[in-house]
Design a protein around this ligand. Structure first.
Ligand SMILES: NC(=O)c1ccc[n+]([C@@H]2O[C@H](COP(=O)([O-])OP(=O)(O)OC[C@H]3O[C@@H](n4cnc5c(N)ncnc54)[C@H](O)[C@@H]3O)[C@@H](O)[C@H]2O)c1
Ligand SMILES: [Fe+2]
Length: 381
């Protein structure tokens, strides 16, 4: 059966890449530019550096600095109102997945009517969007190159995704220096999100040889460099490799989608505001242990790719990866669910909601039950 692989990105990668920004804005003949970020990006001094470059393009500048983690429909609508009022014609998104996703969502509303919630699902956006330049400051979500936006619906208490090739950022400015200010806990959480993308997309039932190539390479890079980036935030080789890995792995999961780990993480974040990467990392080893019997060969391939001692005995090899991931999460200080405020009494409700997650359709192990999810959640407590 034929399969489609979509990749569309224009990436300027490396130190001082942000200096390309004025030229890019001039090429777009931008008149009114909106720069979007959050408080953490401002505190890190990154917003200031980007704004200085935007100034050089002699355009009208509007700042939206009200991005929140796991951005909500309400914040998207608020920023879109401002963007319409200021007749924005080019967007510059600076930050982690929250800032870039929010900007991608606002951009949808510039050419398509609201509310934003109607675009949840695959290929629901009707009209082409405006130019968007994405400047990532975390190395985790790959939002700078993906066709995905993840938003929180506060009324339905869930996270939902908009997947559409039309919403990909036109240009990416990827300067590893911008990730240097991430504290170790944020580096660990966002990096574990990247590992989750690589692993889940590799075993997804939508995976193809083209996506597998990206997922595998991404995992190799992350496994080698994430511990270094967490241990020493100024290790620029590690920072550079993590950012590069996100671009590589992003093409994999943008096409192959994800699975049960993200289903659980989205539910946890919607109810308890857990940071996305932390939510993934907490359950990742246990979901992989659960998935292993349905894709033992692929589990062994992932283990082999990161140098684990495969024996040829599938019974043992299929569990090497989940054990290694558990070790890694402990080393990186990933919190348990109870350390993140989840209590035993919350688990039934969470397990029920996880079963409603559309992303479960891509998970290699099908027929996931409430009991299965409860077992995973209890292990992660
Ligand atoms: N679109 C996609 O393809 C995709 C994929 C995975 C996840 N996501 C979404 O992305 C969001 C998570 O994004 P994230 O993990 O990048 O975190 P984030 O954007 O929420 O940022 C986390 C925290 O780190 C701070 N921060 C960011 N960069 C920093 C820096 N360089 N120095 C210091 N502090 C910094 C932020 O201010 C924030 O407080 C979630 O909503 C998730 O669902 C999207
Ligand atoms: Fe993710």
């Amino acid at each position: 059966m034929a399969s489609e692989f979509f990749a569309s990105s224009n990436v300027v990668f490396g130190k001082d890449a942000v200096k390309e920004l004025p030229k890019m804005l001039k090429e777009y003949v931008a008149k009114s530019v909106m720069v979007v970020y959050d408080a953490g990006v401002k505190m890190a001094g990154i917003a200031e550096k980007v704004l200085a470059e935007v100034e050089k393009a002699e355009v009208k500048v509007t700042v939206f600095d009200g991005v929140i983690p796991n951005p909500t429909n309400e914040v998207v609508e608020e920023a879109a109102k401002l963007a319409h009022a200021e007749e924005i014609d080019v967007f510059v998104a600076v930050g982690g997945g929250s800032s870039i996703d929010l900007t991608k969502a606002v951009n949808i509303l510039m050419t398509n009517p609201g509310p934003i919630g109607q675009y949840g699902g695959i290929g629901m956006v009707k009209k082409a969007v405006l130019p968007l330049i994405a400047i990532p400051t975390t190395a985790g979500t790959s939002s700078e190159i993906t066709n995905v936006v993840a938003l929180t619906d506060t009324k339905a208490v869930c996270k939902y995704v908009i997947i559409d090739n039309k919403i990909v950022a036109d240009k990416v400015i990827a300067d590893p220096e911008f990730t240097k200010t991430m504290p170790p806990s944020v580096t660990a959480a966002t990096g574990m999100d990247a590992i989750t993308h690589a692993v889940e997309s590799y075993i997804s039932n939508m995976a193809t040889p083209l996506t597998e190539y990206h997922s595998l390479k991404g995992l190799q890079i992350f496994q080698k460099y994430l511990p270094r980036a967490v241990a020493n935030g100024s290790d620029m080789e590690a920072r550079e490799q993590m950012m590069l890995g996100c671009i590589i792995a992003g093409f994999g999961f943008s096409n192959a989608n994800l699975g049960l780990v993200h289903g659980i993480a989205h539910t946890l974040s919607a109810h308890f505001h857990l940071a996305h990467g932390m939510a993934n990392a907490t359950v990742l080893p246990y979901v992989m242990e659960y998935n292993a019997p349905s894709c033992p060969q692929k589990m062994a391939e992932l283990a082999q790719a990161i140098g684990l001692p495969v024996t040829g005995d599938m019974e043992k090899d299929q569990l090497l990866l989940s054990k290694e991931l558990l070790k890694l999460t402990k080393e990186l200080g990933i919190k348990t669910l109870s350390q993140q405020g989840i209590e035993e009494k919350d688990l039934e409700m969470l397990a029920e909601d996880v079963l409603k997650e559309p992303v479960l359709g891509f998970n290699p192990r099908q027929g996931v039950t409430k009991e299965d999810v409860l077992t995973i959640l209890r292990k992660a407590m």
